[in-house]
Write a protein that binds this ligand. Structure first.
Ligand code: AHR
Length: 656
């Protein structure tokens, strides 16, 4: 009898799955369940892994203004070690001339024997130069004695000169000089060599070298290939400047936006909190020059057509570090910073901060709509400070949507506490972070099915599947990307609750990273989008305008038979787009029943697929995992789609 029952159970389980048949999906394209937020898929930018200085910010000279705490860091004077006689040829001293403002130091170079003295700047893990490309060099200098000029040379990886320019020095007063250098060879690890004509003293500051070919050709510009990768994602928002860098290890070292605007030479450098965070990834030369500062972030968001989303300090330093908290009675300047930021972004040109924006070249407002209060803070101290920010901001700016934090984890004590408190306050958007295993992502594809439809909206502000397989770029394997895609169908299906999402972190320099996996990897010359990037791009560029229902026997498809699905309609293009993810190693046949809409008899399927879960994109093979497009016929009576193993698919069909 017992055996018979067991047999019955096995049969019922098998019938419940699709082992005896195909999955049948019903897609009702006639009704919009909810509008998909234009911010549904965005990007999270943080200066981690040399993402800003040494990465997106195209400056090639490290410590250009001799401001690092170790002020000669990045600068080498060959033959001038403590024990070398050649130091008699010349010597560089760093002079501190002011404690005020952001520019405190300059270099004073005494040259006794110009033939035997030169300086090298090593760049950020070298400098990437491209054959035939032109580079803008600028510097500030004053001179004494018979010094008549400064020679700038770019050296390739073998110290061969591949570009040079001699600049005449005319004055003992500080002056800004500019020249251009054209590289006659490509070099990944080039360096800048500076030598002198004559003897005497030269004062040098702000030695800067940029490719002329930056994004949109801007002088204080961004690396074009990296922005192009961001642009291709068609991001709905740009979150900046982090991440933990927004918080700082101490309050003194927090990110202060006001110190990152105005003339670049006046922006005071700050240690990057990733500098010594991980002993196994020690990066003592990691500082923030703020050449990429708040103005440039707003400008980038505008270029990308993305909503700017600044995250500002709530008066609590990173709770994984000191967790230092400003006393409540001293919170006011922090709140004022938030208020001033709104004025900087949106205020009229006659307002104090609006005028600074105008003077920097942008009289039009940046149209700021969102602001994050704190990064991944937790506990009652966070809520207490958040309340104060919210009260003051909303009073004057009810139009700003405020993002709050649920802490660093997707569940647990901090998370539950934050959600309870924030829900009671009718918080608008709650930021959730999850760095979890691929398995977790697959198992949690139904996470948001269980959320209160009338509660706060979700900003999945930082997430990534960590396969913990290998270190570095190998963490961006297909297993992780596939699991993220499965999870993303769940976010999309719940677009009434989930309003913003972003993979994190965004980018990493192959020779200077602290955290992996990352969406984009780059070296000094090249960059590529990972498999995870391709997943983000596929979802983002097919986000549609309206969510439509897709069900399997009346239920969402959230891993039954290892299949996952979501569907949207795009009323602008007149299309239905179905997303289907197969995380299994077997092909699947899915029957599609479209109700409520008349559709074209063919559709376009875009597929990301790899049989090897360890497969990655790489510098050698950046297109190993990219979408393959094909046209399929959709029979009038029976619409069938074949889904390959380990694949992410979008089916786009025109509405008739
Ligand atoms: O994305 C890397 C880090 O992860 C972020 O700085 C922080 O917010 C999170 O802990």
């Amino acid at each position: 009898m017992k055996d018979l029952w067991n047999l019955k159970i096995v049969i019922l389980v098998l019938m419940g799955s699709s082992a005896f048949g195909q999955i049948e999906l019903t897609i009702d394209g006639s009704k919009s369940k909810v509008k998909i937020q234009p911010t549904m898929y965005g990007i999270f930018f943080e200066d981690i892994n040399f993402a800003a200085d040494g990465g997106l910010y195209a400056e090639l000279v490290k410590n250009r203004s001799f401001e690092f705490p170790e002020p000669k860091m990045g600068w080498i004077q060959p033959n001038t070690s403590m024990h070398s006689l050649n130091r008699d040829s010349g010597i560089l001293r760093v002079i501190r001339f002011s404690d005020a403002g952001g520019n405190h130091n300059f270099a004073r170079i005494s040259i006794h024997n110009a033939d035997n003295y030169f300086l090298i700047n090593e760049g950020y893990r070298g400098m990437g130069l491209k054959k035939g490309d032109s580079y803008r060099l600028s510097f500030q200098a004053g001179k004494r004695g018979s010094i008549s000029g400064v020679k700038f040379q770019l050296l390739n990886d073998n110290d061969k000169v591949i570009a040079e320019s001699l600049v005449a020095l005319g004055s003992s007063e500080w002056q800004t000089y500019k020249t251009k250098l054209m590289a006659n060879e490509t070099a990944e690890n080039a360096r800048l060599r500076i030598s002198f004509k004559g003897t005497g003293e030269v004062d040098l500051d702000m030695v800067s070298l940029f490719p002329e070919d930056t994004w949109r050709g801007r002088e204080n510009g961004l690396r074009k290939d990296l922005v192009e990768l961001l642009d291709s994602l068609d991001p709905g928002f740009l979150r900046f400047p982090g991440g933990c860098v927004a918080e700082g290890r101490t309050l003194e070292k927090r990110y202060q936006w006001k110190k990152t605007i105005g003339p670049v030479e006046e922006r005071e450098i700050l240690v990057n909190r990733w500098n010594t965070e991980f002993m196994h990834k020690f990066t003592p030369d990691y500082f923030q020059s703020f050449g990429l500062g708040y103005y440039e972030y707003f400008q980038l968001a505008e270029d990308l057509g993305a909503e700017p989303l600044p995250i500002i300090s709530v008066g609590i330093a990173c709770q994984f570090n000191t967790g230092e908290m400003v006393p409540m009675e001293e919170l006011e300047p922090y709140v004022q910073d938030a208020m001033d930021l709104i004025e900087f972004a949106n205020g009229p040109v006659y307002s104090k901060w609006g005028k600074i924006r105008k003077n920097m070249g942008h009289p039009q407002p940046f149209n700021l709509k969102f602001m994050g209060i704190g990064n991944e803070q937790w506990g009652p101290e966070y809520i207490e400070r958040f309340d104060e920010f919210e009260k003051v901001i909303k009073k004057k700016h009810p139009e700003i949507t405020i993002v709050s934090s649920s802490g660093p984890y997707p569940d647990g004590e901090h998370f539950d506490f934050a959600w309870k408190e924030l829900k009671e306050r009718n918080a608008e958007l709650i930021d959730e972070h999850y760095y979890q295993s691929p398995q977790w992502f697959k198992e949690n594809a139904d996470r948001y099915d269980r959320y209160d439809r009338n509660g706060p909206k979700v900003f999945a502000g930082e997430y990534a599947a960590h396969p913990k397989a290998d270190d570095g770029p190998r963490e961006n394997n297909w297993e992780a990307a596939l699991a993220e895609a499965a999870f993303m169908t769940g976010m999309e299906r719940n677009a009434d609750v989930v309003h913003m999402t972003a993979y994190a972190p965004l980018m990493a320099h192959i020779d200077a990273w602290q955290w992996a996996p990352d969406l984009i990897w780059f070296n000094n010359l090249e960059s590529y989008g990972t498999a995870n990037y391709q997943v983000q791009k596929l979802f983002s560029t097919t986000r549609g305008t309206d969510l439509v229902s897709v069900s399997n026997n009346g239920k969402p498809l959230t891993g039954q038979d290892q299949l996952y699905a979501s569907a949207v309609k795009d009323i602008e293009t007149g299309e239905i787009i179905v997303k289907l993810v197969n995380t299994s190693d077997t092909p699947k046949t899915v029957k599609l029943n479209f109700s409520g809409t008349k559709l074209a008899s063919e559709g376009i399927v875009r597929t990301l697929q790899n049989d090897n879960l360890k497969a990655i994109n790489s510098f050698d093979n950046p297109e190993n995992i990219v979408p393959v497009e094909k046209q399929i016929n959709l029979n009038e009576d029976e619409k069938i789609i074949e889904i390959t193993p380990y694949s992410v698919n979008t089916l786009t069909v025109k509405i008739k």
